[in-house]
Write a protein that binds this ligand. Structure first.
Ligand code: MF3
Ligand code: CO
Length: 251
């Protein structure tokens, strides 16, 4: 687990996260009815080319693309391909970079054209659950406070939390200790300290929390084929509370 020790090191984490956010914004701006998921991966690679940075996912355990694109009942790790986006779809985009020895990681789910009220609510609740988790990322709080804030908000809104995939520490590796479950008990687990950096990433389902992996070995889908959403930020714990590194003013 990383413990940021200097302003310089924090600046490096900020820069990786800023690039991650800029590239992901570019992808979001190119979502259209009829876009293929592969085109979105190309856009990310083109946008990334202006930075001296590497896509974090490409080649990770053999993953073949730069962005994970997961549509509707796909939860995470969808592989970009020929699938065309249709009006009413929701599409989860997960992207990370390695810049100058440090990782950034971020995910968002967006609607394609007009989406159903249930899906609107799913996106709103998932995003808000992430913000409520982030709010707990403060020195002196405990890991379970983050997990519980996310879970309780989601469950109170009638949705379910994926349990098989969780958030993680991030820094010089994409996945560092500790794991950050999106469910748990308040006032339990390790005490949070200034200098820790977490990728917090709730995956929220309309129906059952249960998921399975498709035959491609990557794509994770809900067992009941109902929709799923995913939001993720890279967050540093500072003496003043959480600093959302993937949420900066960008040009
Ligand atoms: N998106 C995952 C995370 O946020 C990592 C994906 S790795 C990949 O931790 F290989 F599937 F792309
Ligand atoms: Co992550």
């Amino acid at each position: 687990m990383i413990l940021i020790k200097s302003a310089r090191e924090l600046d490096k984490m900020r820069e990786s996260a800023r690039i991650t956010q800029c590239v992901l914004n570019e992808v979001i701006n190119h979502i259209r009815v009829g876009s293929t998921t592969y085109e979105l991966d190309r856009i990310a690679e083109q946008a990334l080319a202006q930075y001296d940075a590497l896509p974090a996912f490409k080649g990770y355990r053999g993953y073949p693309a730069s962005v994970c694109v997961s549509v509707n009942e796909e939860v995470v790790h969808g592989i970009p391909g020929k699938r065309k986006l249709r009006e009413g779809d929701i599409v989860s985009l997960d992207f990370g970079v390695l810049k100058d020895g440090y990782y950034g990681d971020m995910a968002v789910t967006v609607g394609v054209g007009k989406i159903s009220p249930e899906r609107e609510k799913l996106l709103r609740v998932t995003k808000e659950s992430l913000l409520r988790g982030i709010e707990q990322a403060q020195p002196g709080k405990r890991l379970g406070d983050i997990s519980h804030a996310i879970e309780s908000y989601v469950v109170n809104n009638g949705f379910s939390i994926v349990r098989d995939y969780v958030g993680h520490g991030i820094g010089r590796e994409m996945h560092e200790e500790p794991q950050i479950p999106n469910f748990g008990e308040p006032n339990t687990g390790p005490v949070l300290k200034e200098g820790m950096v977490f990728a917090i990433e709730p995956m929220v389902n309309v129906g059952t929390y249960k998921v399975k992996t498709l035959a491609d070995g990557w794509t994770v889908v809900t067992r009941d084929k109902k929709a799923s959403a995913h939001f993720e930020h890279t967050v540093a714990i500072t003496e003043n509370g959480p600093e959302v590194l993937t949420w900066q003013k960008t040009t």
